[in-house]
Each structure stands twice: as structure tokens, then as C-alpha cells.
Design a protein. Structure first.
Length: 489
């Protein structure tokens, strides 16, 4: 588990991270939703997390521009994870965090449609992740047999080379090569058998991976299905995507349709998420997994947005720790509302060349103006106000709250250019049979006038008049009256 962020220096946008400036002490929770507007360092933070597993190459590529660096140009990170302090300095991590998985815009690019050698390497890495200890053991056995065969083949080449140079005679050459063939034959036979077994086993593993990916795709898309052609693990294997009636490949070929140029950005994001969730489902110890998502909603439509939130919510209950980075305030609020495990909500801010974190209630921050004003009033009744500035802000929420409710309820009577005073005039001039006469003939009208008179003096300021101080008790009475009134309107 990522336990505490201690420091970051000279990495991308996070040149000067000041944890003392905000109100977060750096301690992570089991679930962490970090809202970061574009340009504040969200992608940089996700790359740091990814580099903690990969080993240092990404951070070197994200060195802060010289003009924005802190006091010196060295890059460093200090973070406590899995019970120990992990440090990055001198272009390397002291330890890696192996139980960390990161989903970002690079996931599919880095794992599927790269060069042939990279595809083969990544598929071997994927195989080890999916198969766990059993797959690692089988691969180790094959590697050991292959090593023996290669050593004997190297000896054969050495003998043949010596014979060409006439350092050894032909009879000796044949005798020694025959002896090597006797030694090599059982290793070669065992290697062939193990490769055959591994081919069948890896096909079974990858077929299950494809099946689980397609289960996820069915949730997000009705047009895509994943296929895979595989014989042996160390041969080049290729994923294929069935897209409607067409097949799309993940690697560049002269003929056919290539993934990166055929699918929309939304379809690419959907497939990437389905692949990533399928990969996570193979973890033998999900309770130890640390999973980071960097903008999982990029390019997704509203339907996939709802389902993505549901999947992340379910995932948060199965894994050890979830960290979600997003520039979408609405998404942060919806996810915060759905997640039930212990949660920390933060905002990554950037000001005056410094980065810092603020604790943040995403749902409250995402409220519309009317609901935010109501929240301000109800919070005041529970907690009071600590200063004249706070009391003045509370008074200024009263009129917009009433006007907002009135505009919703009497949508056909009040125009956009009319305000609370105009509404009171309409009530006062109403006659029996009018929609507003009910208000005029009740105590509601008196309360409406009282609240209007109290609030209008603070709603507008005058440069020639000194504002009167606001009495806490009087403010409490008027806020209480306002909240009761909006239920009766």
C-alpha cells in the first residue's frame, strides 16, 4: 500500500511540491480520488506511480525545464510504501513496488501495438502476470533447458571453429561433436516437450484472458470482441479485434486495418479499460494490489461513464488500494458518492510555481449554485460563523437561494430579468384566483418580505455607506426562516 507521500522535486510540473502549503499531511487512504485541473501535474503524478514499478526510465524523461526547477536540478521522490521508505535519486529507485498497476493513456500503446520485439516481450510479461507462480515455474524450467542447449551449441561451434583453423584434427572433431550430441539430445527433447506443454498452457491462459476481456467489453460496447492467435509463448503472437464484421490488428501490416488508425478514441479507451480490468482479475492476491487510474474517462461517452464508475466502485472493494486521478470534477463527485471503502478526496493545485494538495469534498464542490448556497446556509446553522466575512457571505446566499427556488417552482411567472423584489410585487398585486394569491393570503408573504428587507442591504454594497455589522443571533433567525420558507413556497 502507498502509505505516505513525503516529497517530489523537479519532475515535470511537480518541480516544487510543498506539502506544508495545503491541508493534507501526505497520508493516503484505501481509496483516493484526486481532482487535478489540466496543467497542474496529474499526468506527471501518474507517471511517477508507474515508474515506481517500471524502474526509473519514465522519470528521467519528465525532468522539469531548467527555468522552472527548484533550487537544484536533481530529481527526487520520497514515498513510504508497503512499510518502507522508497527513494528515487541519481536516476534510480532504491526499490520497486511490484504490486502496483497503472492505467493511463499509454496502456494500450505500450502493451499491444508497438514493434514486434516489444509485442513479444510484453506478452511474456503479461503471461507471467496472468499465470502467477505456476507460469513462472514453467518458464524457468524452459529457460534452464534452453540455456543448457545453447551452452552445448556454443561448444559445438567452438570445436568446429578450431577444426577450421586446423587446431584440432578431424577424428577428434567428430569424436567431440558426437559426445556433445549425446549430451544435447535429452535436453533438446525435454525442451521440445516443455515448449509443447507451454504452448498449450499459454493458449489456455490467453484464451481465458480474452474471455474475461470480452466480458468487460460486453458491459461497455456491443460492437467489439477480442481474439488471439497463439501457438508458443516465444513465437510472435498477435491480438485481433473483431470490430463489427471486420478484423482489426494490433500491429502494423501492409494489408488489413490497423487498430490505431481504425478505432475512435472512445473505442480505444473502452478496449484499454476492458483489457486492464481483465488483467487485474488474474491477480492471485488482489487484496495487496495498488491500482492507479489516470483519467479513465478520457474520450468515453456518458453511457460508458456510468458503467466505468460502477466498475471502479466494485474494484475498490476487492483490491488493497485505489488511486484515481481526474480532471473531471463531475466524475470525481460521482465516484466519491459511490465508493463505500475509506476514502480520501484531494485537489492537486498549482499556484505561484508551487504544487500543493488540498482536502476537498468533490460532491460539494460540484454542486450547482443553488445547492451550494443551500449547503452554506445549512452548514452555518450547524457550525456557526467564525468571522464577520463568513457571516457576510452567508447573508449573500439568502437571496440567490430564494430566487433559485422561486424560478424553479414558478417557472412560468418569473422571467430571467426579474428578481426577488419583482416577485414580491407580483404577489402583492395578485388577486383571488391567481397562482400567487395563496402566498399573499398567508404568513408566507410576511416572511418573504422580512427576508427580502434583511438581505437586500447586504446583497448590494454602497461606497458612501458603512456596512453594519451582522449579529450572529439575528442571522441564525433569518437563515432558519429562509430554509423553512423554501419548503412552503
Amino acid at each position: 500500500m502507498l502509505e505516505k507521500l513525503i516529497s517530489i522535486k523537479n519532475i515535470g510540473k511537480l518541480a516544487r511540491l510543498n506539502l506544508r502549503r495545503g491541508d493534507w499531511d501526505g497520508v493516503f487512504s484505501r481509496s483516493n480520488i484526486i481532482y487535478a485541473p489540466n496543467g497542474t501535474g496529474k499526468t506527471t503524478l501518474s507517471m511517477i506511480f508507474q515508474d515506481m514499478k517500471d524502474g526509473g526510465e519514465l522519470i528521467k524523461k519528465k525532468k522539469t525545464f531548467a527555468s522552472a526547477q527548484s533550487e537544484d536540478e536533481s530529481q527526487s521522490v520520497l514515498i513510504r510504501a508497503n512499510g518502507i521508505i522508497i527513494e528515487y535519486k541519481n536516476d534510480a529507485w532504491a526499490q520497486k513496488v511490484e504490486n502496483l498497476e497503472v492505467f493511463n493513456v499509454h496502456f494500450v500503446e505500450d502493451n499491444l501495438f508497438t514493434g514486434a520485439g516489444q509485442i513479444q516481450k510484453n506478452q511474456r510479461n503479461l503471461f507471467i502476470f496472468l499465470s502467477g507462480e505456476e507460469g513462472s515455474k514453467k518458464k524457468a524450467e524452459i529457460d534452464e533447458l534452453r540455456k543448457k542447449v545453447l551452452e552445448l551449441d556454443q561448444q559445438s561451434r567452438w570445436i568446429k571453429n578450431k577444426a577450421r583453423k586446423q587446431i584440432i584434427k578431424k577424428p577428434e572433431r567428430e569424436e567431440r561433436l558426437a559426445a556433445i550430441r549425446v549430451l544435447r539430445e535429452p535436453y533438446a527433447a525435454a525442451l521440445a516437450e516443455k515448449n509443447k506443454e507451454m504452448g498449450l498452457y499459454s493458449k489456455e491462459i490467453f484464451d481465458e484472458f480474452v474471455s474475461r476481456t470480452n466480458e468487460n467489453l460486453e458491459k461497455f460496447s456491443g460492437t467489439m470482441r477480442l481474439e488471439k492467435i497463439s501457438k508458443e509463448l516465444d513465437q510472435r503472437t498477435t491480438f485481433y479485434l473483431q470490430f463489427g464484421d471486420n478484423r482489426v490488428t494490433f500491429d502494423a501490416k501492409p494489408e488489413g486495418h490497423e487498430f490505431r488508425y481504425t478505432l475512435s478514441e472512445g473505442d480505444k479507451s473502452t478496449l484499454a479499460l476492458a483489457l486492464f480490468l481483465a488483467k487485474l482479475s488474474f491477480s492471485k492476491k488482489p487484496e495487496e494490489l495498488i491500482v492507479v487510474f489516470d483519467d479513465p474517462l478520457t474520450s468515453l461517452d456518458s453511457g460508458r461513464r456510468f458503467l466505468t464508475i460502477k466498475e471502479l466502485t466494485k474494484l475498490s472493494e476487492r483490491i488493497g488500494q485505489l488511486i484515481v486521478l481526474t480532471h473531471d470534477s463531475g466524475f470525481a463527485a460521482e465516484l466519491e458518492r459511490n465508493i463505500s471503502v475509506p476514502n480520501l478526496s484531494l485537489e492537486l493545485a498549482f499556484k505561484n510555481r508551487e504544487s500543493y494538495f488540498l482536502k476537498r469534498n468533490h460532491e460539494e464542490q460540484n454542486l450547482t449554485g443553488l445547492f451550494r448556497d443551500i449547503k452554506t446556509l445549512t452548514t452555518f446553522l450547524k457550525e456557526g460563523a467564525s468571522s464577520e466575512a463568513e457571516r457576510r457571505e452567508i447573508v449573500r446566499c439568502i437571496r440567490p437561494t430564494l430566487e433559485g427556488i422561486i424560478r424553479v417552482k414558478y417557472f412560468d411567472l418569473l422571467s430571467d430579468s426579474q428578481w426577488l423584489g419583482d416577485f414580491i410585487k407580483l404577489v402583492r398585486s395578485s388577486t383571488e384566483g391567481d397562482d400567487l394569491y395563496r402566498l399573499r393570503a398567508s404568513l408566507i408573504f410576511d416572511a418573504l418580505c422580512d427576508i427580502n428587507d434583511f438581505s437586500k442591504g447586504h446583497h448590494h454594497s454602497s461606497p458612501t455607506e458603512r456596512d453594519a455589522e451582522i449579529d450572529e443571533h439575528e442571522l441564525t433567525v433569518m437563515v432558519t426562516k429562509t430554509l423553512k420558507l423554501i419548503k412552503r413556497l
